[in-house]
Write a protein that binds this ligand. Structure first.
Ligand code: F6P
Length: 358
């Protein structure tokens, strides 16, 4: 008998179900032992409080194309994972006890950065863990690609496409705020795919003068509209000089809901042109995974199944140089993958005339 626990943790994204289906299908098709699948509900909470449901192959049928996660998800901050809960429960100990009580052979954990820190901790505590890289942000260290990312690029691009037509009709400047947390992968890709004129990402702090320059240059050359894709984590050159504490204080006292509104307000004041802001927000995490993500997540799931069958634990199944690879969890946890401001793709975008406000 093989007993596998599975959970999805952190912000959801497209293709979580496809990835879990991949794991389960590869196990059912290749495992000679009987299988028991324990689906822990709502992220690590399910493992902490022993909240799970038994699943069979049938539960994973028909979910390849469905967004969200059949197990539910939640954020369980790593920062407080070693602190007792409100009833004094030791969360790490509780997870271990549930793992041993159910006689699990391993845990399959699907998640992003925070999730990987806890997964690595569980590995250090002696549990068998395999992880799969999910996030629309594509900021997970050790893998070139995370599932969810391409679907979110598609969604953010279609928002920019829609904005394009109305911006052209009205001759307006539009700011589209794209998710991505502290990194710019999503904004860069959606911005380039949507033909944005200016792309602001956290890795390249912006100078408002340069943004104004680009907007005015477009107006002078007969372009009636300008599309600006702004990462939710974009930051000005001045703000980038502040300490983390000072910057957080600035944000707390700001009257702008987010950086896009600040950028829009400054452009409107300085150019006198109408500026509108669009924030698609969590839409970018929703809906059906795109074909790329369905295939990618299925492949990762299949490889995770293979590792389980071979009894190889302590790895994230990732993607490097066009190959599916196993990456030791200790090499992933606690590291952020950011865009290199000198990356070829950024140089190419600049050659296409896209301004990064630098
Ligand atoms: O990590 C995925 C993500 O969607 C980020 O892009 C965004 O900053 C964050 O999660 C939003 O988190 P929440 O769903 O908790 O509002």
């Amino acid at each position: 008998m093989k007993r596998i626990g599975m959970l999805t943790s952190g912000g959801d994204c497209q293709a979580l179900n496809a990835a879990m289906r991949g794991v389960v299908k590869s196990l059912y098709n290749n495992c000679k032992d009987d299988l028991e699948i324990y689906g822990f509900l709502n992220g690590y909470k399910g493992l902490i409080y022993g909240d799970f449901k038994m699943l069979t192959g049938r539960d994973f049928s028909g979910i390849l194309t469905i967004g969200g996660t059949i197990l539910g998800s939640s954020r369980t901050p790593f920062k407080t994972i070693k602190e007792p809960d409100e009833n004094g429960l030791d969360k790490v100990e509780a997870m271990k006890q549930n793992y041993y009580k159910l006689k699990l052979d391993c845990l399959v954990i699907l998640g992003g950065n925070g999730t990987h820190k806890t997964a690595n901790l569980l590995r250090q505590e002696g549990l068998n863990v395999i992880t799969l890289p999910k996030t629309i942000d594509n900021d997970l260290y050790g893998t070139d690609m995370t599932f969810g990312f391409q679907s979110a690029v598609d969604l953010a691009t279609s928002v920019i496409d829609c904005i394009h037509t109305t911006a052209a009709s009205h001759g307006r400047i539009f700011v589209v705020e794209v998710m991505g947390h502290k990194v710019g992968y999503l904004t860069l890709n959606a911005g380039m795919a949507g033909g944005a004129d200016i792309i602001l990402i956290p890795e390249i702090p912006y100078d408002m003068d340069k943004i104004i320059e680009k907007v005015e240059q477009r107006m002078e050359t007969g372009n009636r509209f300008t599309i600006i894709a702004v990462a939710e984590g974009a930051i000005s050159k001045e703000d980038a000089k502040l300490s983390k504490k000072e910057y957080q204080k600035k944000l707390a006292n700001s009257t702008y809901p987010s950086v896009s509104y600040e950028v829009a307000d400054q452009i409107q004041k300085r150019t006198g042109h109408e500026v509108r802001v669009t924030v698609p927000g969590h839409m970018q995490r929703g809906g059906s995974p795109c074909p790329y993500d369905r295939v990618f997540a299925s492949r990762l799931g299949a490889e995770a199944g293979k590792l389980i069958l071979e009894g190889e634990y302590g790895f994230m199944v990732g993607y490097k140089n066009r190959e599916i690879v196993k990456v030791p969890l200790e090499d992933v946890a606690g590291k952020l993958k950011m865009l290199d401001p000198d990356a070829t793709i950024i140089q190419e975008a600049k050659m296409l005339g896209i301004s990064f406000g630098d």
